[in-house]
Write a protein that binds this ligand. Sequence first.
Ligand code: NAD
Length: 482
Amino acid sequence: MIATKTVASFIGGRFQEAPREKVDEIPNPATGEAVASLPYSSKDQLNQAVAAAKKAFPGWSETPVPDRAQVMFRFKALFDKHIEELSALVTTENGKTLEESRGEVKRAIEVIDFACGAPTLMMGHNLDQIAKGIDEELVRFPVGVVAGITPFNFPNMVPLWMIPVAIVLGNTFVLKPSPLTPLSAMRIAELLVEAGLPDGVFNVVHGAKDAVDTLLTHPDVAGVSFVGSAQVAAYIYATAAANGKRVQALGGAKNHILVMDDADLELSAPHVISSAFGNAGQRCLAGSVAVGVGKIGDALVTELAREAREVKVGPGTDPKTYMGPVIRRERKQRLIEYIDEAEQQGAKLVTDGRQGAPSEGFFLRPTIFDRVTPAMRIWKDELFGPVLSVMRASDIDEALKLLNASSYGNMASIFTTSGKNAREFKRRAQAGMLGVNIGVAAPMAFFPFTGWKNSFFGDLHATGQDSVRFYTRHKVVTTRWL
Ligand code: NAD
């Protein structure tokens, strides 16, 4: 493993130190202590990374697909072998519990599994005798150099939503991971080298907006995959498209969970708690609004509060911990400001996450508000932390109206024992990923990650067949033999 004291850039198969013009300290969120320093890549290094990817493209894209898939098989074996170490690294830089980190790495491995099927995924199709004496075929080709820009909350999995599929289909790649969690990306680079990936096919650069802008406007970047907050996603979509690139930009979320009064509360509530407070609420699929529908409201609040009080908050390395810290002190402060404001606006504070959390590191306890209204910012905004709003609706129509009024449309769930309610929900909820008695309705890698509204900007989503289409372009060949 490379020394993670100073995080390097990875360009053309070599780890390079960046000039120390702009350096971030990377703390362990559970302790606040620095674990590494991150010098941002220079403009020259950003250009070198794109140049290395461009140079590697002809050789890599001409490599037979089954041979490219072999690299993925070896990469997958390495991920399996190092799962504990990769998970520990996620916990160190992100703070989530080791169990959550293992879940993240396993989800990343699913994408590698998917990419191993490239010879099948990349097949085109044909039609013999489409006209008299004429045949037609569709053939897929890689698009070129792809840039990936990723968030802090899944430092291993989200880069791997992109990298295996993009490269196995013959593209070359420049990753700009979150400057808050850059360590996992470096380990991914090392394992790709060990798996036999040729130099320049995969590169990592570091930085923030300036680095992103360089990639978005670079003439040699053909496509951009982005995952992050909605405002930045909208900017990435507009800027990359204006610069002639194909782009998929996955944004933030405000996910509603409907709990119907026909639901079994004892079975349902733990899923609502784990959706709201797993990963300290820092998941784009976190349930951040629970809607009690019909008579269940009071009982729901009582049960959620009881369970939230039992949540063990602490470092992710402690096997007894249920919820780790949030990512940075400033994010914790911003969450506290939201809680203060909601209280002033009359939401009913049921559990107060500002109290009783460990004092070192960036911890909060679970916060639950009841009687939240659509006028409040805690309902409108994505808070991205362990704060759950409870709302009430008299029936499923009112509940769906609330859900559909959100500017986001990533995920929504329903807890119910009624097939009729589940069907209504499935047909009318305006979100792209739906759960029926599932708290975190995360599609597996074989399906796309289908956010709607401000949760997604673009046409083709990450993972599944969408990603195959995003990372390839087609030719349709019409043939007549005279
Ligand atoms: P973020 O938007 O702050 O950062 C994401 C990436 O964009 C980082 O690499 C960052 O350096 C870069 N960036 C930040 N500001 C930028 C700017 N002004 N111009 C250009 N680039 C910029 O997101 P985050 O806080 O790291 O991650 C959390 C967010 O990601 C949440 O909103 C969460 O919902 C979202 N997310 C969405 C999904 C999804 O599938 N829809 C998955 C995971 C996370």
